[in-house]
Design a binder for this molecule. Structure first.
Ligand code: FAD
Ligand code: FMN
Length: 767
């Protein structure tokens, strides 16, 4: 094949090498606009896995690269005059210039033609004469942008400003240095990549950047400012730029996240940064570029594969890898963009939050990297959780938590789950066993399902309620069992179904109206849940008074039943949620329009409940932190204001759920997918929060808690299948102080022994 490669960066050069290795008969020309030895940037970091991939593809160049690697293990986080050092991170770095020299030499040796100072124009007709034109021309690819619709290019220009500098100061650890200025925070990411050289990237928000005046400074002035501000880390060494072709503030960039739907069009194939970018803070752009090159060369040389099939496989496989990485990169980018949120943390927790920002590194990963450091974090967590009384080194999920006078034994909650198994709203033996068993399973807090305040406030005929004495008696039996046989606390979730009422049991048709016996429904406005549901009556002020009083009456009955805590369900599109979300609330009176107006009635209900509930017992509210509807609905920033508004009328905890507020929602699912909303509310509004949503491993819970992303962690579906989730986690983590019902002690001891034996056997196999 006759191949033109546009751009002599890592992607283009490594593709040339990989093609020649597979078939020396290919005619390959690389065109690079810069002279040899001139490139942007300084060093790049790799993981061990990338090095293994390089070794398997071309042992010769990989050995030369590996021979020149700088290695380091520690990460130092400097903030507010303190340094937090954690080890075991295992980085490898090399200068970008040196790596390109090695790749250029290897490409020449294999017979690749390299042309420097060759600016390529996509409009030039000569490209039609090549079988393939590889657009490895970087993030600002001219070949891709010549026909953006053919490639389905999606570019997201990120908020922060950064400048990529170098220094002769040799950092022993990967260094993050955060500095507070009068204009805001500025920080550096610095790492060594050669015996005498380090990368030094300076970053800050656009506002801070403008306030400092970087937009008006020459490049030399910017560098001088950074040298002075970071002098304590530079030990007299200078900072340098190798972007001398960029004048003034142009050396400062905004990171561009690029994605493409199509990686090829006609004879042009995108490779590396031209196809996708990954934020520099997770240091994987070069890895992706090199791995793209290997995969593309492999499929193009595979016998029997047509060009079309080869390109399909290239895109399908690489795109999956890229999406995973871009996901982590997005988390990491956002962490730095929302840095203000975490600045109130103590340095140790701040460092933990920084290390786990991309969600690729978890609590247990950190234990493997540096056990001693992680145990220090655990001790710190326990000390804070117990106001200095405990010095325990133990997983955060087992630390107690206090809300008013109620103390939960640990941070795991059984999330509210409708069981659709009641008759006339009265909980029965099913609920007794179901809730009782989950309390025996070790969770610190067990929620009832949404318990409705009136017969017509039920979702389905099978929902539990609390409006009469039979129901009080039945609930009291359950609450008494929980209190007598476990250490769990039990919370009553109260709600009203609104427009989502009068529907079938969950498993007979979620949100489908009953076949017969429907009752009239009401909501904030006359907006039906879906075309098949009833049109609700828009509530009058009389309706509002009546429903508020039903909530208050239910709270009083909840006191009689002995509950420890009450939650108001104001999420998921039910009655109170239909006031909060603009997608359901179309009112033109003082209960519609602005968020303040839409919150007015739910807050009135909450305040009335709070007044009836004992002041030493806590109350929470469940909210949907987003409608998953973009700008048309509730967005996470609104959720902060919603949390604050409920806290102002006495909510002690915000239970942060999301969505289910309109039928057309577009949720983005994933592990712990709603936790960022809890993180935002907790750390922007400084409120206690509970995270929920696809949290299923003890490691998830510990990572969320130690990083200060929530105070409690709720699990719903995992508890349906495993009521003993918390006890199992304790056995797995070898935590002995959890309360085990005495009847079950033998089972717990055996589980712990077996898990330990299995872990030892797995460790022996690894050795
Ligand atoms: C601040 C910063 C820090 C980074 N840190 C890391 C890190 O630690 N680890 C890591 O793996 N990655 C890092 N990256 C990302 C990494 O630099 C890129 O992902 C990687 O360089 C992609 O390789 P590439 O070959 O696709 O593109 P590039 O390296 O951008 O190469 C493209 C080449 O094409 C040439 N070119 C462009 N247009 C034309 C044209 N029209 N004609 C001729 N030539 C052209 C350019 O001169 C350039 O040499 C970082 C990036 C930034 C911005
Ligand atoms: C069967 C079932 C019933 C549910 N019923 C309720 C409910 O009554 N009240 C409520 O607030 N959330 C309810 N939810 C939502 C859960 O509490 C939880 O927020 C959601 O399932 C996400 O958590 P998970 O990924 O751990 O399951 C229910 C979930 C399930 C699976």
């Amino acid at each position: 094949m006759r191949i033109a490669i546009i751009g002599g960066g890592p992607a283009g050069l490594y593709f040339a090498i990989s093609m020649k290795l597979r078939d020396p008969a290919h005619s390959i020309e690389v065109f690079e606009r810069n002279p040899p030895g001139v490139t942007f940037g300084w060093g790049v970091v790799f993981s061990d896995q990338t090095v293994e991939n390089l070794m398997a593809n071309d042992n010769q160049s990989a050995k030369v690269i590996a021979g020149e690697f700088a290695h380091w293990d520690d990460i130092d986080v400097h903030i507010r005059g303190e340094t937090v050092t954690s080890g075991g991170h295992g980085f490898i770095g090399i200068g970008r210039k040196r790596m390109l020299e090695i790749l250029q030499d290897r490409a020449r040796e294999l017979g690749v033609t390299l042309s420097f100072e060759a600016e390529c124009d996509p409009a030039d007709s000569k490209w039609r004469g090549y079988d393939l034109v590889i657009a490895s021309d970087g993030a600002n690819s001219r070949f891709r942008d010549a026909d953006p619709s053919a490639f389905g290019v999606d570019t997201d220009v990120r908020r922060n400003k950064f400048v990529w500098l170098g220094t002769s100061k040799v950092f022993d650890a990967f260094t993050f240095a955060f500095e507070e200025t009068e204009q805001g925070w500025v920080w550096a990411h610095a790492y060594r990549f050669a015996p005498d050289c380090s990368t030094f990237i300076v970053e800050c928000s656009e506002e801070t950047w403008a306030a400092i005046g970087f937009d008006r400074m020459s490049q030399a002035e910017s560098i001088a400012w950074c040298e002075q501000r970071f002098a304590q880390y530079l030990d007299g060494h200078r900072l340098q730029s190798n972007a001398s072709h960029l004048v003034g503030s142009a050396a400062w960039l905004n990171f561009k996240r690029i994605k493409c739907d199509q990686w090829s069009s006609g004879n042009v194939i995108l490779l590396g940064d031209a196809a996708h970018t990954a934020h520099f803070s997770i240091g994987s752009g070069t890895k992706l570029a090199l791995e793209d090159a290997i995969k593309l060369a492999e499929v193009l040389n595979r016998p029997g594969l047509t060009l079309g099939a080869a390109l399909d496989e290239y895109q399908a496989e690489r795109n999956l890898e890229v999406l995973k990485l871009q996901n982590s990169a997005r988390n990491s980018t956002e962490w730095f963009e929302t840095l203000e949120r975490y600045l109130h943390f103590e340095p140790l927790q701040f460092a933990y939050s920084l290390l786990t920002r991309s969600q690729r590194i978890s609590h247990e990963n950190l234990r493997l990297r540096d056990r001693e450091w992680l145990e220090g974090v655990e001790r710190w967590f326990w000390k804070r959780a117990t106001e200095g009384k405990s010095n325990k080194t133990a997983p955060p999920m087992f630390a107690p938590f206090k809300l008013r006078e109620m103390e939960v034994e640990n941070r795991i909650t059984v999330s509210p789950m409708a069981m659709y198994s009641a008759v006339d709203g009265v909980p029965n033996d099913f609920h007794f066993v179901h809730l009782g068993e989950r309390a025996l399973g070790g969770a610190g807090l067990v929620f009832t399902e949404m318990t409705c305040v009136s017969p017509e406030g039920r979702i389905s005929p099978g929902c539990t309620g609390l409006w009469n004495d039979d129901q009080v008696q039945a609930w009291r039996r359950i609450v008494d069992f929980v209190h007598a046989n476990s250490k769990a606390k039990i919370c009553l979730q109260l709600g009203h179904s609104g427009a989502k009422g009068s529907t079938k049991l969950g498993w007979e048709g979620d949100n489908d109206p009953l076949d017969e016996g429907n009752w009239p429904v009401m909501a904030a406005s006359g907006v039906p849940w879906s075309p098949v549901n009833q049109v609700p009556r828009a509530m009058t002020r009389d309706d509002m008074d009546a429903v508020r009083d039903q909530f208050v009456a239910a709270v009083r009955l909840g006191i009689d039943a002995g509950f420890d805590m009450v939650e108001l369900h104001a999420a998921h599109g039910y009655l109170l949620s239909s006031f909060i979300t603009p997608l359901q609330n179309k009112r033109t009176d003082e209960y519609g329009g602005s968020l303040e107006n839409r919150l007015r009635y739910p807050l009135e209900v909450f305040a009335a409940m709070r007044a009836a509930w004992p002041s030493d017992r806590p109350m929470s509210v469940r909210i949907s932190a987003t409608d998953w509807a973009g700008e048309d609905g509730i967005a996470p920033e609104d959720a902060v204001a919603i949390g604050e508004a409920f806290a102002a009328v006495g909510a002690d905890l915000i239970d942060v759920s999301a969505g289910q507020t309109w039928a057309e929602q577009q949720p983005v699912y994933g592990r712990m997918f709603q936790t960022p909303f809890s993180d935002r509310i907790r750390n922007e509004a400084r409120l206690a929060t509970m995270a929920v949503g696809n949290i299923y491993e003890p490691d998830h819970a510990n990572s969320i808690l130690a990083a200060g992303r929530a105070d409690l962690v709720a699990l719903a579906r995992p508890h349906l299948i495993d009521p003993m989730w918390t006890l199992r986690a304790a056995a797995q983590l070898d935590y002995r102080d959890v309360h085990v019902p005495p009847q079950y002690l033998g089972g717990m001891a055996q589980l712990a022994r077996n898990l330990k034996r299995e872990a030892e056997a797995a460790a022996a196999l690894r050795v």
